[in-house]
Design a binder for this molecule. Structure first.
Ligand SMILES: [Zn+2]
Ligand SMILES: [Zn+2]
Length: 343
C-alpha cells in the first residue's frame, strides 16, 4: 500500500510502498483510511521536536487524525463490523490500567499513538485497537470528521471541562479562533449558556467566530489594547473562564489580566511560559488547568454534536500524494480550516 513516511528530521516526507497491516491479536481493528488530517504537530514532528519524547524508529508513517471504514477485525471484536464508518480515537489504549479504568484514555500507561510513536494514517490502511474506534452516524463521512479526532477532540475536551462549571450569564473568553478555536466556539455555543467572547489578531478569524455564534469579538494586538475592552464587556470584573488556544506571542500574560477572581485559565495551546506572581494566584484563587487531547467519551460526545449539525469543520481536501502541498500550505498559513488527505 501507499504510505507517506518520515525518513529523517529536517527532511521532506517521502511517498513509499509498505506491506498492509495484518490482524495479530483478537482486539485489533484495521481501518481503510478515508481521510487523515494534516496537523501542526506533523510539522513539529518533521522539525524533530517529538523525536526524544516518542522514541519512534524511522522511517515511519505519520498522520494521527484518522477516519475511514473498518476493513478487518480480530476474533474478539464485536461492536464494529467490516464496512462500518468509523473515526479513531488517536491513542490505542489497554483498558486495564487505572487511567483507562477511569475513562482517561489519554493517560493510558500502555498506550500507542499511531502517527506519533507507531505507524499512522497517511496511508491506505491503519491498524488500531477495538477500544479506539467510534462508529459514525450515517450522516457523517470520514472526510468531514477526520480532523475532529485530534484538533476537534482537544478543543472539545477543554471546552466541555470549562462548560461543566460555567453558569448561564458567566463570561468565557476564548483566545484564538483558528483551527481549534473555530471548533471550540461551536462546542461552547452548543453546550453552555455562558456568554462567549472571542479574541484573535486576525480579523478574518473574528468574522468566522461571529458567523459561528460568538457573542462578542475583540481584535487583539501585541500591545494589549484589547484588554480594557474585554474588561468593559465583563462589567469590569473579568471572565469566569479563559480558554487559551494560542499560548504564544504574549497571549497568556494578556489573558491572565482578564480573568476574574477565582476564575479558571484553561491552557490548550503551548509555546510560551507562564510567569504569574504566586501572590496573585493565592490572593485571587485563580486556577491554571492543562488540557491534553481528550478521552474516547469526549470524542463520542463530539460525534453526537457533529451528527446534530452543531459542529462543522472547515476543510481543504488534498489527495494523499499531494501531501507535500498540504504540508507547505499549512506551514505557510494558507489552509482555510483544516487540511485533509484522502487516499
Ligand atoms: Zn493533530
Ligand atoms: Zn491503559
Amino acid at each position: 500500500m501507499k504510505v507517506v513516511r518520515v525518513v529523517g528530521y529536517h527532511q521532506d516526507l517521502q511517498l513509499d510502498e509498505a506491506p498492509e497491516p495484518e490482524i495479530t491479536s483478537a482486539m485489533d481493528v484495521i481501518v481503510k483510511i478515508g481521510a487523515a488530517g494534516v496537523c501542526r504537530t506533523d510539522l513539529h514532528i518533521l522539525e524533530g521536536q517529538w523525536a526524544e519524547k516518542s522514541q519512534v524508529q524511522l522511517p515511519y508513517t505519520i498522520g494521527h487524525e484518522n477516519a475511514g471504514w473498518v476493513h478487518a477485525v480480530g476474533d474478539g471484536v464485536t461492536h464494529v463490523a467490516v464496512g462500518d464508518k468509523v473515526i479513531m480515537h488517536p491513542l490505542i489504549t489497554c483498558g486495564l490500567c487505572p487511567a483507562c479504568r477511569f475513562g482517561d484514555d489519554v493517560h493510558c500507561e500502555n498506550n500507542e499513538f499511531p502517527g506519533i510513536d507507531t505507524d499512522g494514517g497517511y496511508a491506505e490502511y491503519l491498524k488500531t485497537g477495538a477500544r479506539s474506534v467510534i462508529k459514525l452516524d450515517d450522516s457523517l463521512e470520514p472526510v468531514d470528521v477526520a480532523a475532529l479526532a485530534d484538533a476537534g477532540l482537544t478543543a472539545y475536551h477543554a471546552v466541555a471541562k470549562a462548560a461543566r462549571v460555567l453558569r448561564p450569564g458567566n463570561v468565557v473568553v476564548m483566545i484564538g479562533a483558528g483551527g481549534l478555536g473555530h471548533i471550540g466556539i461551536q462546542v461552547m455555543k452548543a453546550i453552555s449558556g455562558a456568554t462567549l467572547l472571542v479574541t484573535d489578531r486576525n480579523p478574518a478569524a473574528l468574522a468566522l467566530a461571529e458567523e459561528l455564534g460568538a457573542d462578542h469579538t475583540v481584535q487583539s494586538d501585541e500591545q494589549g489594547s484589547h484588554i480594557a475592552r474585554i474588561l468593559e464587556l465583563t462589567g469590569g470584573k473579568g471572565a469566569e473562564a479563559v480558554i487559551d488556544f494560542v499560548a504564544e506571542g504574549g497571549s497568556t500574560a494578556q489573558g491572565v489580566q482578564f480573568l476574574r477572581r477565582s476564575g479558571n485559565y484553561y491552557v490548550v495551546g503551548y509555546g510560551e511560559n507562564l510567569d504569574i506572581p504566586t501572590i496573585d494566584i493565592i490572593s485571587s484563587e485563580i486556577n491554571f488547568i492543562g488540557n491534553l487531547v481528550g478521552s474516547y467519551n469526549d470524542l463520542a460526545e463530539l460525534m453526537v454534536l457533529a451528527a446534530q449539525g452543531k459542529v462543522k469543520l472547515h476543510t481543504t481536501v488534498y489527495k494523499l500524494d499531494e501531501f507535500q502541498q498540504a504540508i507547505d500550505d499549512l506551514s505557510a498559513g494558507q489552509v482555510r480550516g483544516r487540511a485533509i488527505l484522502v487516499p
